[in-house]
Write a protein that binds this ligand. Structure first.
Ligand SMILES: NC(=O)c1ccc[n+]([C@@H]2O[C@H](COP(=O)([O-])OP(=O)(O)OC[C@H]3O[C@@H](n4cnc5c(N)ncnc54)[C@H](O)[C@@H]3O)[C@@H](O)[C@H]2O)c1
Length: 564
């Protein structure tokens, strides 16, 4: 497609609506907006300049003379007027989209694009200027971080999210035009659902439950719980990172429906999945006065889900729990299926119970605050579902992964829904892993050994270990002539494009030892009568379980992998 054709298609998809750019100060709304308008042959309008013109004062003067509220009122009116002016590119001030009335107007009448930038990028850009009233007082970096925490979940409601990186503005503009032209949101903007939402049912007889996936659904958790469970008491369990960004939203939602008992905030990280923390947590849940009919709400990544799910499983011999996963890994994997547990010095997840949640609520908007490395690690589990049983899904991911990461819209929802549906189907067939469920461990036998070798440290996240492990499972299958040559290269190419490690040598620090890795693999709980279980493949989407790989074969393979 030539650039002219892309521009033509992009304009067609936008139709008569204005394009509205939203995001924090320093994210590049004016510079990107001007170039985008130029390319699309549209007028560029800066809402802040219009406000200054209407008031015949600078924004700083409006703030100083009349205060922020007066400014916000004027901003709301000016934007309402500008939105009725037809096709144009409109850059809005950082707070404009936060106003619910303006946000609704933008959703109804325009196509919105959030230019998302990380804190260091924003700081580098804004510190060059001295015109930002909100950064005048206190430590500007702390203020900006607070604005990120408060506003990013709301900006995420825009129709498209584009990463505003330290790259030439034209690169970003071209990305916007290409994504508009190719409909890489998964659908033309006119068909983009303002709030894509899906429900996946996990069929387990009288322990069946729903997984609700929707952007912004966190605000509705209180009402959902009241509607499904009546007036119960909810004990929220979360970690410090998630609490900082999202706990107030969840607590408010529960309080407004009268179902809030209290929140317990744990330290983030794998070390929290311990006997010590389980004991502390169990006692604190009892102190909240939770009774048999009440609910535990694990609100966090897989660590909090596994720990608090386990606590729910043993509290008063088992109380119900509602998983509210906040990492991509937890949304597509750990929150569904009822495996709960903690780690011991003998290994990961060796103590625990099967305890199914009564409901899972996954808000895709909370993923906007997840560190990018964690997002990529979670994506490894998404790719896993394609690789183990759904070749078509893997091809879709190869074509759409940028939208999955970028737009917080239908592509992300589709990826989560497809993953959860795949897991739900396997769990429904084999709840306690006597057969098929082991397929979900594709890449995990190698991955767990690598995690143990790196001491469960920052050197390797769980999902990164899975990514390397999956590449190894494909390479071993190819060496054993179980799958066609070239398959493992295709898998590695995709995971590498996403930014995931694909071989042992990608793990920073220290060189691995084949015998040591084989020993660590032997500690996996999938070992039966001393024989290692491997998930190998006949091709993409065709995984199977085998115990027929001789230890010498694995040892030689590991040595070759380490040498790569
Ligand atoms: N039960 C299962 O079936 C199952 C399946 C797979 C993995 N797991 C377990 O899951 C754990 C890994 O889960 P994880 O990758 O989610 O790790 P995690 O819970 O440690 O979360 C990763 C990091 O992201 C932070 N975080 C989470 N959500 C955030 C958000 N929205 N914004 C900002 N920060 C956020 C956390 O505080 C943490 O620092 C492992 O213990 C693994 O054993 C369990």
């Amino acid at each position: 497609m030539t650039e002219a054709e892309a521009i033509e298609l992009a304009k067609k998809r936008i139709g008569k609506r204005p394009i509205v750019l939203v995001g924090l100060m320093g994210c590049g709304k004016s510079s990107v907006g001007k170039r985008l308008a130029f390319k699309l042959n549209l007028q560029f309008v800066d809402a802040d300049e219009e406000i200054e013109r209407a008031a015949a004062k600078t924004i700083n003067e409006i703030f100083a003379d009349h205060g922020e509220e007066h400014f916000r009122n004027g901003e709301r009116k000016v934007i309402a007027r500008l939105l009725s002016n037809g096709p144009q590119v409109l850059a809005t001030g950082g707070g404009a989209f936060i106003n619910p009335e303006t946000r609704r107007r933008v959703k109804d009448n325009a196509f919105s694009i959030w230019l998302r930038a990380e804190l260091p990028v924003l700081m580098r850009r804004v510190m060059k200027r001295d015109t930002r009233p909100l950064l005048r007082e206190g430590n500007p970096e702390v203020t900006m971080q607070k604005l990120i925490e408060a506003r990013y979940p709301i900006y995420a409601e825009a129709d498209m999210t584009v990463d505003s990186r330290d790259e030439p503005h034209d690169t970003i503009v071209n990305e916007i035009i290409t994504r508009l032209a190719t409909g890489s949101e998964g659908a033309p903007p006119s068909a983009i659902e303002p709030n894509p939402s899906r429900t996946v049912h996990v069929e387990l007889g009288d322990r069946s439950y729903d997984v609700l996936i929707a952007r912004g659904v966190l605000r509705d958790v209180g009402a959902l719980i009241k509607a499904r469970f009546g007036t119960v008491k909810c004990g929220v369990v979360t970690d410090e990172n998630v609490a900082r960004h999202h706990l107030a939203t969840l607590e408010n939602s529960l309080k407004s429906e009268g179902v809030f008992a209290g929140s317990i905030v744990m330290k983030p990280g794998e070390a929290t999945k311990s006997f010590r923390d389980l004991a502390i947590l169990s006692e604190r849940l009892l102190e909240l006065g939770l009774e048999r009919g009440d609910l535990v709400l694990p609100f966090g990544g897989g660590v909090i889900g596994d720990l608090a799910g386990f606590a729910a499983g043993i509290l008063r011999r088992g109380v119900r729990f509602v998983q509210i996963p906040t990492s991509l890994l937890a949304q597509v994997d750990s929150s569904v299926g009822g495996k709960t547990g903690i780690n011991t010095p003998q290994g990961k997840n060796l103590i625990g119970v099967f305890h199914q949640p009564s409901l899972v609520v996954a808000d895709t908007a909370v993923l906007t605050t997840l560190p990018p490395r964690e997002m990529r690690a979670g994506y490894a589990e998404v790719a896993k579902y394609g690789l183990l049983g759904d070749a078509e899904f893997f091809s879709w991911l190869e074509a759409n992964w940028q939208s999955v990461f970028g737009n917080n819209g239908p592509a992300l929802t589709t990826a989560i829904e497809t993953s959860v549906a795949a897991k739900a189907a396997i769990v429904a067939r084999d709840e306690t892993e006597t057969g098929d469920r082991a397929l979900l461990n594709l890449g995990h036998t190698f991955g767990h050994a690598l995690e143990a070798w790196t001491g469960y440290s920052d050197r390797l996240l769980h999902g990164e270990g899975v990514a390397i492990g999956m590449c190894m499972a494909f390479r071993l299958s190819e060496e054993l002539r179980l799958c066609p040559p070239g398959t493992s290269a295709r898998v590695a190419k995709h995971l590498k494009a996403v930014g995931l490690p694909t071989k042992i040598g990608d793990i920073p620090g220290g060189k691995a030892d084949a015998a040591e890795l084989l020993r660590l693999m032997g500690q996996d709980k999938k070992v039966k009568a001393g024989k290692l279980a491997f998930i190998l493949v006949h091709g993409i989407g065709q995984a199977f379980v085998t115990r027929d790989v001789a230890p010498e074969t694995v040892l030689a393979f590991l040595a070759r992998e380490i040498a790569q």
